[in-house]
Design a protein around this ligand. Structure first.
Ligand SMILES: [Zn+2]
Length: 91
């Protein structure tokens, strides 16, 4: 059986989990050998699995949101959009 890309995408999670029928697995591997798109999809899917597999959670520091907003407000104050002094160049 010749698989097209859509078939392969359906099989990718099974492929990574090693739960595919041996024949299907062989067909998927055959497709991956010549299809750059599916190889890339396989790679990125595998990367996502690696990233999410160990239950790592990235927590923001306490008060991060408040500090971020305060910083943004400060930057907007410190960065005038219409500053007459900057128009003159060397002064
Ligand atoms: Zn493909």
């Amino acid at each position: 059986m010749v698989l097209n890309c859509r078939h392969v995408w359906d099989y990718i999670s099974g492929y990574l989990d090693n739960t595919l029928d041996a024949q299907i697995r062989a067909d998927v591997e055959k497709h991956l050998e010549h299809c750059e798109i599916c190889s890339a999809v396989l790679d990125s899917t595998r990367n996502i699995l690696v990233l999410t597999a160990d239950d790592r959670v990235f927590e923001l520091p306490v008060g991060f949101s408040e500090r971020l907003h305060a910083r943004l407000a400060q930057v907007m104050i410190e960065t005038p959009t219409d500053d007459p002094e900057s128009a003159g160049g060397t002064g």
